[in-house]
Design a binder for this molecule. Structure first.
Ligand SMILES: Cc1cc2nc3c(=O)[nH]c(=O)nc-3n(C[C@H](O)[C@H](O)[C@H](O)COP(=O)(O)OP(=O)(O)OC[C@H]3O[C@@H](n4cnc5c(N)ncnc54)[C@H](O)[C@@H]3O)c2cc1C
Length: 249
């Protein structure tokens, strides 16, 4: 179960692992063994005891032989803002089904308020006023006979949305590498943190070492924009510096 905080009409975010490939780690290990084994799938499966599965997966990661990871899929239910979903769908190696603003009327309009805005009373007031105005305009458009598919043009990035997404384990590793980075935007970073936490519950070895590139690969690609964590990690300063599966942004 992920994070679900709903207060009034403000939605924060929600992530839940709905489903996954049965025995995801054994499936990946079987795919790897299939490449190099003279025997058939039944015998491969019989021989694959848990220790062997874990050792094989670790070797695949170490050698960068990641195509077997594509045989294990994970389906998540996510709620958050449209700003979030827009960033999510840039990850093309995944499948999505999203709540439609054409078929669903935005009644009792729900939206995500960034924490920074919430903590600033003047900005919060401005934000709330703007959301109210948008809701009113949207409803007036509908009352004037404008179709939902056109009235929605006034809706903001803050608008709540829900979607299912299915990633294979290889694509998830890429997603975590990019979106758990402290340079990534807070909402998608938080979703990535929650997704990894969920995935680790059912496939801990498959997602061992998953995280931003500084954690996963010991490399930072941010250049001058780097947060500097990679240097501190290299000096062995871990602990409190970074908690990759924390729900905080
Ligand atoms: C911090 C951050 C800031 C960003 N800022 C911006 C921004 O300002 N503007 C913007 O437009 N985007 C931005 N993005 C989005 C980014 O450019 C990617 O679109 C997004 O992160 C998806 O990554 P991906 O292509 O690796 O994932 P996927 O689409 O899931 O692809 C996975 C991998 O498959 C391969 N692949 C997929 N499709 C192709 C293809 N057509 N050709 C060749 N190889 C392919 C690549 O190796 C790719 O890494 C940002 C992302 C991050 C993390």
């Amino acid at each position: 179960m992920g994070e679900a905080k709903r207060g009034g009409r403000t939605v924060i975010l929600y992530v839940r692992l709905l489903n996954h490939t049965p025995n995801p780690e054994k499936t990946v290990a079987m795919a790897a063994r299939m490449c190099y084994s003279a025997v058939g799938p039944d015998l491969i499966e019989e021989e694959l005891l848990p220790d062997r599965v874990a050792a094989l997966i670790r070797r695949l990661r170490k050698n960068g032989h990641l195509s077997p990871f594509e045989h294990a899929s994970f389906t998540f239910a996510v709620s958050g803002s449209r700003a979030l979903s827009h960033q999510m769908v840039r990850h093309r190696i995944a499948s999505y089904s999203q709540k439609s603003q054409r078929y669903i009327q935005e009644t009792g309009f729900r939206f995500v308020t960034p924490e920074l805005v919430q903590r600033n009373p003047a900005a919060h007031e401005l934000f709330q006023r703007c959301m109210k105005q948008i809701e009113q305009t949207y409803n007036e458009m509908l009352a004037l006979g404008i179709h939902r598919e056109d009235a929605r043009y006034v809706l903001p990035n803050a608008c709540e949305t829900s979607f299912l997404c299915t990633f294979n384990a290889r694509s998830l590793h890429n997603f975590f590498r990019l979106r758990q980075c402290r340079r990534a935007q807070w909402e998608i970073r938080r979703v990535a943190n929650l997704m990894l936490r969920e995935a680790k519950k059912v496939a801990p070895v498959l997602f061992e070492g998953a995280g931003p590139s500084c954690i996963a690969e010991g490399v930072c690609y941010e250049g001058e924009m780097s947060c500097g964590l990679v240097k501190r990690l290299k000096k062995g300063q871990t602990g409190k510096i970074y908690r990759p599966v924390a729900s905080g942004g």
